[in-house]
Design a protein around this ligand. Structure first.
Ligand code: NAD
Length: 371
């Protein structure tokens, strides 16, 4: 398939920038999917892609996902993403990221980057040497640092909203919650759930990490191949994607799935299947938007308290999704997409009627540019 055919197949992206600098070995692609709500924000992934087609497919898919995530979160942000082709373990250099920063800068704020798989704070610092259009920079530079506690707090809000919907209460005291994955998000979630008085079961492939959490919070651990089948009220997947699939779906004994992991449904049909089984699925990208809310606050001028407050919105966003699912008699995964699209269409039309009027996000970004 030709490059333009591939781009067309993945939807209506506004702009794709291929970035090449042979002196530093940079091969990267920036995809801007939609800027109806604001500048396209999304991380830069560095990955050893097998070939350029694989990299292009990934960046097109991920940038579209960011459009939906930002819209559903109620943020004045569009969706974009970047990929750098290369091995993050051996091919990172200052020159590579500064050259990439030049390409980001050439888009003049239409795309704002951040950390993603294979990139970290140090890389963002190099990009920041060439452009202001970067978030996730170290705290010393006015950045927001690690987003995981905010993501985890948003996940807690999503769990509460789903509990309210399914059980009629968002008090989690005595509620049985299973957490798969005890990394940055999962470990913070266990902390919040403990404070709520939930009865927690955990699993992680990392034995040392599991032991640490068990000791710290007095939670129960089970084997990694048992966690999804644990008899509980709520499953909170915080490790891998595609955990709801043909093999796992009949094993769930929970009434709610609400967790931080990305792309939890192997395919959309699994969302419909969960609905048939009477399991309420709180859509992943609505639930795990706390990290994105956190970097959005960084664009406004960072305040940890404001970021934390903002993550409470995940509760209302999930409730809205559940309402749309009931209104339209559809699965919650479809309802989340519908909610995101409704907002993009409404605000997009408003923007056409009032051209030249900037949104708040643009105004504050100018301030960022001047700092
Ligand atoms: P992480 O790498 O810190 O943690 C993932 C944990 O999952 C690790 O401890 C790992 O050992 C464990 N794990 C891997 N495979 C497992 C398995 N089969 N069973 C049990 N445990 C397993 O990652 P993270 O930052 O905590 O992110 C977790 C998920 O949340 C990912 O899907 C990520 O894309 C998503 N997410 C994270 C953020 C964030 O702010 N970090 C934001 C949005 C979404």
């Amino acid at each position: 398939m030709g490059t333009f055919e591939m781009i067309a197949k993945h939807g209506e992206h506004e702009e794709i920038l291929f970035c090449h600098d042979k002196d530093v070995g940079l091969k990267a692609i920036i995809a801007i999917h939609n800027t109806a709500l604001g500048p396209a924000l999304g991380g830069t992934r560095m990955w050893n892609y097998k070939n350029e087609d694989e990299a292009l497919t990934d960046v097109l898919r991920l940038s579209k996902g960011m459009t939906y995530k930002a819209s559903a979160a109620g943020l004045n942000l569009g969706g974009g993403k970047a990929v750098i082709i290369g091995d993050p373990k051996t091919q990172k250099t200052e020159g590579l990221f500064r050259a990439f920063g030049h390409f980001v800068n050439s888009l003049n704020g239409k795309y704002i980057t951040a950390e993603d798989v294979g990139t970290g704070e140090k890389d963002m610092e190099y990009i920041y040497m060439e452009t202001p259009w970067v978030t996730g920079i170290p705290k010393d530079f006015g950045g927001s640092g690690d987003p995981s506690p905010y993501t985890a707090h948003g996940v807690l809000m999503g769990i509460k909203a789903a509990a309210h919907e399914k059980f009629g209460t968002d008090a989690l005291k005595g509620m049985r919650v299973a957490v798969q994955g005890l990394g940055n998000v999962g470990s913070n979630l266990v902390k919040y759930l403990t404070e709520e008085g939930a009865i927690i079961t955990v699993a992680d492939i990392d034995q040392a990490r599991t032991a640490k959490i068990v000791n710290q919070y007095g939670v129960k651990a089970v084997a990694v191949d048992e966690i999804l089948a644990v008899d509980c009220d709520i499953q909170a997947p915080c490790a891998l994607g595609a955990i709801v699939n043909d093999q796992t779906i009949s094993k769930f004994k929970c009434k709610v799935i609400a967790g931080g992991a990305n792309n939890q449904l192997a395919e959309a049909r699994h969302g419909d299947h969960l609905r048939e089984l009477g399991i309420l699925y709180a859509p992943d990208y609505v639930v795990n938007a706390g990290g994105l809310m956190n970097v959005f606050v960084e664009l406004e001028g960072y305040s940890p308290d404001r970021a934390f407050e903002k993550t409470r919105k995940v509760y209302d966003n999930c409730k809205k999704v559940f309402e749309i699912a009931k209104r339209d008699n559809i699965g919650t995964h479809t309802a989340a997409d519908r909610m995101a699209e409704e907002r993009i269409n409404t605000i997009g039309k408003l923007k056409q009627r009032h051209p030249g009027k900037s949104f708040r996000a643009f105004t504050t970004l100018k301030e960022v540019n001047n700092r």
